[in-house]
Write a protein that binds this ligand. Structure first.
Ligand code: NAG
Ligand code: NAG
Ligand code: NAG
Length: 318
């Protein structure tokens, strides 16, 4: 009798556990509740964002040109292991000789790797192409803003003679012909204090989400107290006139660190009173097919093959 009852109790408890467990697993949970602040406290600083890092790979003479000025400095944020992506970019849209009569310089920006072999490969690659810059902060997603600040600093220090700077990622495809054409049309003051890209206005911080991808951008009130972001250009590709890269770098030192790199960039612009200009030709899909479609940049070309195919489609029409 007692044994049977015990069995029933055990069974009931077991079934209840399963039920409660599955409700817990299936219910949408707010993934923002996990505390992630501790992993980036080292770079978070209420007084601002001091950028005390040292270049361990540099090509200081990259922008030395004798004839004309550099028209466009392309800065591609990459990571030490993404050698194939860099090769694909060098061979396609990032080739400096693509646009006749226009001086372009392409540089890849990376952070630090703990992997000695990877570092060796990176140095060897830089020995061949002389186009990599590396600062001594840990290369990680949460440190992406440091990479942007590094680019601003480098552009103003080592490439002051460039007219424009394109800040982009190594999974972005750029229609370099349309971009140069577009920038050439800017005259006089239009080409000063100028920032353009796909501009987001009135976007809000993610406070709670059940979506894993979105959870990458969770921000607590402590991380970011305001209810919306200032206008900012989507981080995969934006253009800055080089008269303001130093200003943006300098103001960044006084803007509290936020790992969402493009929002952080928008905060710096806001502090300077610079309004980024929206340009719908910067897109997110993979729809930069031809020169006629007037697109400038697209995102999510995750493989070197995709980069090469997009390029082959493009040059057939440009
Ligand atoms: C990180 O910073 C937050 C906010 O300033 C603070 O509440 C938290 O205790 C810090 N975490 C660590 C591990 O220092
Ligand atoms: C960064 O450098 C500045 C100026 O050299 C210095 O005042 C500051 O203490 C440094 N900060 C850190 C965290 O090392
Ligand atoms: C960012 O880089 C700094 C400096 O190397 C490092 O101390 C910190 O742990 C890094 N943060 C993350 C989240 O990787």
């Amino acid at each position: 009798m007692v044994r049977v009852k015990l069995k029933i109790v055990v069974k009931t408890v077991f079934i209840l556990c399963i039920m409660v467990g599955s409700v817990y697993v299936l219910l949408p949970r707010n993934l923002c509740e996990r505390d992630t602040s501790s992993i980036w406290n080292s770079t978070s600083n209420a007084e601002g964002n001091p950028h005390n890092y040292t270049l361990i790979l540099n090509n200081p003479g990259r922008c030395d040109v004798t004839s004309d000025d550099v028209f466009l400095l392309v800065m591609v944020t990459s990571t030490p292991g993404n050698r194939e992506q860099r090769l694909a970019i060098r061979n396609t849209w990032g080739n400096e000789a693509n646009v006749k009569g226009t001086i372009i310089r392409t540089v890849f920006a990376v952070g630090l790797t703990q992997d000695a072999k990877m570092q060796g490969d990176l140095e060897q690659e830089n020995g061949v192409y002389k186009d990599i810059i590396q600062e001594d902060f840990v290369d990680s997603y949460r440190n992406l803003t440091l990479k942007t600040v590094m680019c601003l600093k480098w552009a103003s220090e080592f490439c002051p003679n460039a007219k424009f700077v394109l800040k982009t990622d190594d999974d972005t495809f750029v229609n370099i012909f349309n971009l140069v054409r577009r920038l050439r049309r800017l005259k006089g003051t239009q080409a000063r204090r100028f920032v353009t890209g796909r501009v987001f206005t009135g976007a809000k911080p993610v406070r709670e989400t059940a979506d894993k991808t979105e959870a990458r951008w969770c921000l607590t009130k402590g991380d970011y107290p305001r209810d919306s972001f200032p206008p900012y250009p989507g981080g995969n590709a934006y253009v800055i006139s080089n008269d303001i890269t130093r200003l943006i770098y300098e103001v960044s030192l006084t803007v509290q660190y936020l790992f969402i790199e493009d929002v952080y960039f928008g905060l710096c612009l806001e502090k300077l009173g610079i309004h980024p200009e929206h340009n719908g030709e910067f897109v997110f899909g993979r729809d930069v097919h031809s020169c006629e479609d007037k697109k400038i940049a697209s995102h999510w070309l995750k493989t070197p093959g995709a980069m090469v195919r997009a390029w082959q489609n493009l040059i057939r029409s440009c």
